[in-house]
Design a protein around this ligand. Structure first.
Ligand SMILES: *[C@@H]1O[C@H](CO)[C@@H](O)[C@H](O)[C@H]1NC(C)=O
Ligand SMILES: [Ca+2]
Length: 217
C-alpha cells in the first residue's frame, strides 16, 4: 500500500491552504484518516477556490477493489458528482463568480441518502448505494481522481487552485454542523481534520497562508 511509504506530517493547518499551482499536473496530497474503519455513514467537507472550467477531482477515496469508493468530482461548472461504491448522483449548483466555494457531501447507508451542501445551504437530497458499506483499506487523495489504488490519474482531471478546511467524519453531520463547517465554527472531532491533518504532499503543491480577502473569518 502507498501508506507503507507514507511519512505523514501531522500539522495544524489553521488559516493555511494547499495551493495546487501547476496545470495540468499529477500533483496531489495523500491524507490519512484516524481511525480507519468501514463506513456506513460519512460526511466530507472542504473549501476550494479555482477558475477551472474543465473536469476535476477534489476528494478521491479509493480501495484496491474500487477506485471510486468515495469521490467528489466536478465534471463542469454548475455540477458536482458524488460517487459511493462506483455509483454516482449529480448535484446541480448555481454557476457563480470565481470565489471560494464550501461543500459538504454526506451519505447514510441505511436509506442510501446522499446530501450535498454548498456554502452552508443544502441541495435536494438524492439516493444511491442503499445498504452499502465503504471499505476501510483506502487511499485518500486530494486534488486528483484515482483510477487505480493510489494512482491512475488523468492529468487533465487534476485540481488547480486552492483548497482548505478539509474534514471527514464517519457519520452524517446534522444541519447545524453543516452550517458550522461553512462558517468555520467549532466542529465535532473528525476522522480527518484541518487542525490535525496527517498528510503528505506529492509534487507541485504548496502550503501557504490563506489570502486576507477570503470570505470566511
Ligand atoms: C449510520 O447512521 C444511521 C442513521 O443516522 C444510524 O442509525 C446508524 O447507527 C449509523 N451507523 C453507524 C455504524 O454509525
Ligand atoms: Ca476513478
Amino acid at each position: 500500500s502507498p501508506f507503507l511509504h507514507l511519512k505523514p506530517v501531522i500539522l495544524n493547518l489553521y488559516r493555511k491552504v494547499f495551493v495546487f499551482w501547476k496545470d495540468p499536473s499529477d500533483a496531489h496530497v495523500v491524507v490519512k484518516p484516524e481511525p480507519e474503519q468501514p463506513l456506513q455513514n460519512f460526511t466530507v467537507c472542504l473549501r476550494s477556490f479555482t477558475d477551472l472550467t474543465r473536469p476535476y477531482g477534489l476528494f478521491s477515496h479509493a480501495t484496491k477493489a474500487q477506485d471510486n469508493e468515495i469521490l467528489i468530482f466536478k465534471p463542469k461548472p454548475g455540477e458536482y458528482r458524488l460517487y459511493v461504491g462506483e455509483e454516482f448522483v449529480t448535484f446541480r449548483v448555481p454557476e457563480t463568480c470565481i470565489d471560494w466555494e464550501h461543500i459538504c457531501a454526506s451519505w447514510e447507508s441505511a436509506m442510501g441518502i446522499g446530501e450535498f451542501w454548498v456554502n452552508g445551504k443544502p441541495l435536494p437530497r438524492k439516493g444511491l448505494r442503499k445498504g452499502y458499506s465503504v471499505s476501510a483499506e483506502a487511499v485518500i487523495i486530494l486534488g486528483q481522481e484515482q483510477d487505480s489504488f493510489g494512482g491512475g490519474f488523468d492529468l487533465y482531471n487534476s485540481f488547480t487552485g486552492e483548497m482548505t478546511d478539509v474534514y471527514m467524519w464517519g457519520y452524517g453531520l446534522s444541519s447545524g454542523k453543516m452550517r458550522a463547517a461553512y462558517q468555520s465554527l467549532q466542529l465535532p472531532p473528525s476522522a480527518l481534520g484541518w487542525r490535525n491533518l496527517q498528510y503528505e504532499i506529492k509534487g507541485d503543491v504548496a502550503v501557504k497562508p490563506r489570502l486576507k480577502d477570503m470570505l470566511i473569518v
